[in-house]
Design a protein around this ligand. Structure first.
Ligand code: FMN
Length: 228
């Protein structure tokens, strides 16, 4: 595991993160679940949420709302519920992971997610992102670009972050706790804190496997097979 940078003492919010090249930041943003308990300055949180507000949205409706939970008792309340949802969700995967041939990468992912679940109360910021309904329907497609911007901004300023959604298993209970009305439900909980591990390039499918020009390649191969 590569060395993580030390937690900065005083942060110059105006300048921090401004010099990271965009594409390098994109290529080295991954889920960081091992987060340190030291607090995150509210002005820095404001900065990463501001990056969120520059996202595109349908009709420029900007349906997002951010609620940052930082008080220890409130984080403990959230974490308790997250853990219950996680335990139920992960149980089948944990069982499957007992098999000796279970892929090591997936096992690491389960362990990492479990670590976050066990330590969520210690994570200094639970950043909830809510999205106003439109004609009674969620506008997730207009909230997730903002969420991605927040994740990238966290990377740029040196914060670690992990997007999660398991709190949704609790239905309205958590939204009520956050003061979110029924027409403005939360859709994500981003764990944010100073990283305890270093950034690196995440494992992803190679672009040449997923990029096609003009037509989906497999469709052409199927057509060719039909002709022979
Ligand atoms: C829609 C969505 C929901 C996710 N929910 C969770 C979650 O509840 N808990 C968690 O630990 N990670 C969650 N993740 C993070 C994924 O596990 C992570 O992006 C994926 O495993 C790739 O990991 P990497 O970015 O570290 O390479 C979620 C990611 C997305 C996009």
């Amino acid at each position: 595991m590569k060395q993580a940078p030390p937690v900065p003492g005083r942060v110059d919010v105006a300048s921090i993160g401004e010099d990271l090249p965009l594409l390098e930041g994109i290529r080295t943003t991954l889920s960081i679940r091992r987060l340190r308990p030291e607090p995150v300055p509210p002005a820095l949180l404001r900065k990463v949420c501001e990056a969120g507000t520059f996202a595109p949205s349908g009709g420029n409706r900007q349906p997002w709302t951010f609620v940052a939970v930082t008080e220890p008792e409130r984080r403990a309340w959230v974490a308790e519920r997250y853990r219950a949802a996680f335990d139920a969700y992960i149980a089948p995967a944990r069982k499957a992971a007992e098999a000796p041939d279970f892929p090591a990468a997936r096992r690491r992912n389960i362990e990492s997610a479990a670590w976050l679940s066990d330590h969520l109360h210690e994570v200094p910021v639970h950043l909830f992102v809510a999205g106003r309904l439109r004609r009674g329907d969620p506008q997730f497609q207009s909230v997730f670009p903002a969420i991605q911007n927040v994740l990238l901004a966290c990377r740029a300023v040196g914060l670690g972050a992990c997007l999660t959604m398991l709190h949704l298993a609790h239905g309205r209970q958590i939204d009520e706790y956050l003061g979110l009305a029924e027409d403005n439900p939360s859709c994500a909980l981003i764990a944010v804190g100073w990283p305890a591990v270093a950034y690196r390039r995440p494992v992803r499918r190679p672009v040449d496997e997923v990029l096609h020009f003009e037509r989906y390649r497999d469709a052409d191969e199927k057509d060719a097979k039909k002709k022979t």
